[in-house]
Write a protein that binds this ligand. Structure first.
Ligand SMILES: Nc1ncnc2c1ncn2[C@@H]1O[C@H](COP(=O)(O)OP(=O)(O)OP(=O)(O)O)[C@@H](O)[C@H]1O
Ligand code: SF4
Ligand SMILES: [Mg+2]
Length: 316
């Protein structure tokens, strides 16, 4: 049966010391859709994707939640059902294998085609990724590639498994803007042609807005705002999202004052009981210290979990 969605429900990840890093995280992406996840460093973006893949990092455990692909459901922390691939934030390629061999073996395992056909497909993937002189790169070892080339090789490797869903963790961060635009265009083409579903993580809301249909904003291990991209970027409701957007550089107006977000996110062991943005929020009000649970990212309507968002809209 065709996979119709990738759905993550109520996933919790804790450290060996019992600190809950991800707290009831839920999100959903359908075939041909792109969900963007943004947030500052440490907000839990990588953890969300790794838990979805069943690969929480060493020293952490997924203690509850489920991951569903099509009609197959597993507990979070178990290997994700087939059809999902991930581009890791710091991709580790086998240092002993030439790139072409690595890619062709991966293609061969998934497509069960001849060695020659698998090598052709590997070359096609590297060409799609705009690697210079892709035939030569087929013979390169990972240490012979630049950081940006390794990142593109990692995307090619993930696509070599013909996934229905691709989890991308900062896949264009090491690339210049021209290459970044090309890779985004290639991923969009896969979405349109093959119905590839994307979960695209970045700290840069401007990059995410170029590819995502829906954006989820994470803060301190929870989703604090979600909505269709144009609505969320055009009318952000949560003070954190408003601050993220206000902090974007404006190349058209270099004299505009750069606005950083005051303060730093709380450490996972020190999350406050109420709204986790309290200490940095310019307008905390009644009830902000009461427990909030974060938003269910499976519902893509525009919402924020700020208790006073109606006031924020009028003061922003
Ligand atoms: N192996 C680990 N053991 C314990 N805590 C961890 C581990 N890996 C990450 N963390 C913590 O989990 C939280 C979320 O980390 P995560 O890597 O998901 O952040 P991120 O949003 O991807 O940040 P960045 O933008 O810097 O990549 C952070 O507080 C981090 O310190
Ligand atoms: S819930 Fe309160 S503290 Fe949190 S963002 Fe809204 S106003 Fe600020
Ligand atoms: Mg990360």
């Amino acid at each position: 049966m065709a996979a119709s969605r990738l759905e993550v429900e109520s996933v919790e990840v804790v450290t060996a010391g019992g600190v809950r890093i991800l707290d009831g995280l839920s999100f959903r992406v359908g075939e041909g859709q792109a969900l963007g996840i943004v947030g500052e460093s440490g907000s839990g973006k990588s953890m969300a994707l790794r838990a979805t893949m069943g690969l929480p990092p060493h020293g952490t455990t997924a203690t509850s939640g489920t991951v569903t692909v099509g009609d197959q459901r597993v507990s979070a922390g178990q290997s994700t059902p087939p059809g999902v691939a991930m581009v890791f934030q710091d991709p580790a390629l086998d240092p002993t294998m030439r790139l072409g061999t690595y890619l062709a073996e991966t293609v061969g395992r998934h497509r069960r085609i001849s060695v020659a056909a698998a090598r052709e497909r590997a070359l096609e993937l590297l060409t799609d990724m705009h690697l210079p002189e892709p035939r030569l790169r087929m013979r390169a070892f990972p240490h012979q590639l630049s950081g940006g080339q390794r990142q593109r090789a990692a995307i090619a490797l993930a696509l070599a498994t013909d996934p229905r869903y691709l989890l991308c963790d900062e896949p264009t961060t090491a690339l210049d803007v021209t290459l970044q635009a090309r890779i985004l265009a290639l991923l969009k083409a896969r979405q349109a042609a093959d119905g590839l579903g994307l979960v695209f993580v970045s700290h840069d809301i401007a990059v995410v807005s170029q590819i995502a249909d829906v954006v989820a904003v994470m803060y301190a291990g929870r989703i604090v705002e979600i909505g269709p991209t144009a609505a969320l970027i055009g009318s952000p409701r949560h003070p954190y999202t408003q601050a993220l957007i206000a902090a974007l550089p404006d190349v058209g107006r270099p004299s505009r004052r750069f606005r950083s977000i005051a303060g730093t996110p709380p450490d996972p062991g020190e999350f406050p009981a109420g709204c986790r943005f309290q200490a940095r929020c310019g307008h905390p009000g009644t009830g902000c210290e009461q427990p909030l649970s974060g938003l269910d990212g499976r519902d893509h309507r525009h919402r924020s979990d700020c208790l006073h968002e109606h006031l924020m809209e009028s003061t922003s």
